[in-house]
Design a protein around this ligand. Sequence first.
Ligand SMILES: Cc1cc2nc3c(=O)[nH]c(=O)nc-3n(C[C@H](O)[C@H](O)[C@H](O)COP(=O)(O)OP(=O)(O)OC[C@H]3O[C@@H](n4cnc5c(N)ncnc54)[C@H](O)[C@@H]3O)c2cc1C
Length: 392
Amino acid sequence: MAQTADVVIIGGGVTGTSLAYHLADRGVKNIVVVEKKFLAAGGTGHSVGIIRQLYPTREARQMVLRSLRVFQHFRELIGGESGYVGCGALIGISKVMLPTLRRSMETQAELGIRAEVLTPEEAHRIEPRIDPEGVAGLLYEPESGYGDPTGVTLGYARAARDRGVRIEQGVEVTAIRVAGSRVLGVDLASGESVDAPVIVNAAGLWACFVARFAHVELPIVVGRHPVFVVRRPPDFGAAHPVYLDLAGGTYVKPELGDLTLTGSLTEDEARHPMDPERLGGGVSFEEAALALERTSRAVPSLASGAYQRGYAGAFDITPDWMPILDESPVKGFYVAAGFSGHGFKLAPAVGEMMAELITSGRTTINRAPFRLDRFTEGRPARSSFVSSYLAP
Ligand SMILES: Cc1cc2nc3c(=O)[nH]c(=O)nc-3n(C[C@H](O)[C@H](O)[C@H](O)COP(=O)(O)OP(=O)(O)OC[C@H]3O[C@@H](n4cnc5c(N)ncnc54)[C@H](O)[C@@H]3O)c2cc1C
């Protein structure tokens, strides 16, 4: 491996590869992506891949809209397949959240996000298989849906390679060399080192470990989020849209063939810390039964589906469930992590924002809500995944 680089990116998930592409596209030379396993081996390869546009802040909405446009035109813009399916997303809202949703509709429209609030009866007409009981209103986003996180990662990786980026798989960073308050380079498990003035921590679920190499503490907890796979019953009919029931605490996403992915939207994953090495591990029968019961309340005809399997996913969660996109107090050491279970849908805009930050110090979208020092400014911590949809 080359002994020097202009930028070393640690992590070959959707964040690291998107950033590599955007840096190379902006003319940065000598970029190395270092991935300890293989591309998309981390959270990316275990992701559900849902794309929704409801976010609590203007900046996050801008980011997701920018990303959506890239997913929609991925082949022309980046090359490869994003797997985008614009099946639409319905988001079930409780009575207490409804006024906040209505207020947020103004910025949605201003930014060009297509969305409308439906009554339960109107939603039932669009998708009769959904039971909106307990839901006061539903947000309908016709352009939302899902994509393929591994496909997007490979697309960015290929486009980055075509622009001269070196992508090293099976190569683990074991130390970051720092002098004073500036990074000098990384040491690898092989015993080699790479000197670089810029190092980016895009290590997802391992971001805290990697940050500690540079003596930086990140306010990130790795929390367990199990996912369950159900085969839809033969008489179910065409695939359903994405349904995120924030009131009932469940989601469903159609998967290839006649499969549906489902999981919980009620848990505070931060209260279930997990060793990231256990990613992809098994789930208990009891937790599957509980999750599937909730799913069947939201989509009753899935009750007669066949449970196939479950696996332990995990989120890298910050106190406000929004990512950290910033330079750390160690000069040249940047962080793009803490995606809190929604980093796939933001990845194109995240790569672009980080590339702007690294090359010019300025970003097109206001980066303030993603700064690391927001956690030292005494902001109240939020408590669950739902806070990444609507401000409390
Ligand atoms: C079960 C689940 C469901 C999800 N559902 C959605 C969803 O519906 N919609 C959505 O938008 N997002 C979703 N997400 C979140 C999204 O998938 C992640 O936020 C995103 O994929 C994170 O990408 P990343 O590149 O930041 O991290 P990762 O994909 O975790 O990549 C980090 C990489 O760093 C590597 N690495 C770690 N340490 C080192 C080291 N020392 N040296 C070298 N390499 C190292 C790892 O091997 C890993 O490949 C979900 C995630 C999970 C797990």
